[in-house]
Design a protein. Sequence first.
Length: 196
Amino acid sequence: MDKQKSRIAMIGGGSWATALVKILTDNNQPVTWWIRNQSTIDYIKQFSHNPNYLSSVNLNLELIDLSNDLNETLEKCDQIILAVPAAFLKSTLALAEYKNFEHKIFISAIKGIVPEDNLIVGEFLHKNYLMPFENLLILSGPCHAEEVALEKLSYLTIACQDVNKATAFAQTLANRYIKTSVIDDIYGTEYSAVLK
């Protein structure tokens, strides 16, 4: 795979991360996929599916660059999708060098509150990494990873204060089984997901 083409990073190895990787690669979008556990990476490379989550989904390895080096992953991509549980976001990002957050677009696919800080993800990134709100996108449902894996018609909402960035990312995700809508209300989108 030509690693230079990979502009989107997926951070996380769970069911939602796996489903999003499927969407992106179904759309012929290369992905650099960070997974903490090297044995999971080795398994995916050998068998083309995640052994722990959505294991029935075959993954297109020609479009996936797997890594357990977070800084390397962040360096080579300018759009970063965060899909780790909210409880582990702080410890995951602590592995990264601060410079790797500059001039990037971060997409939060996380539902929940960062426990130690009692903040939604957008506020956490803004406060701790000086992330400009116009570079922060919120990716939310209504849909479920299992339904996406089965290619059932699903819907995603992309929120950003910069609607043009939200629209561009929505186009990256949209396909025959994913319909997208765009909104500028990042707070309402995040809090709605938390309350759900």
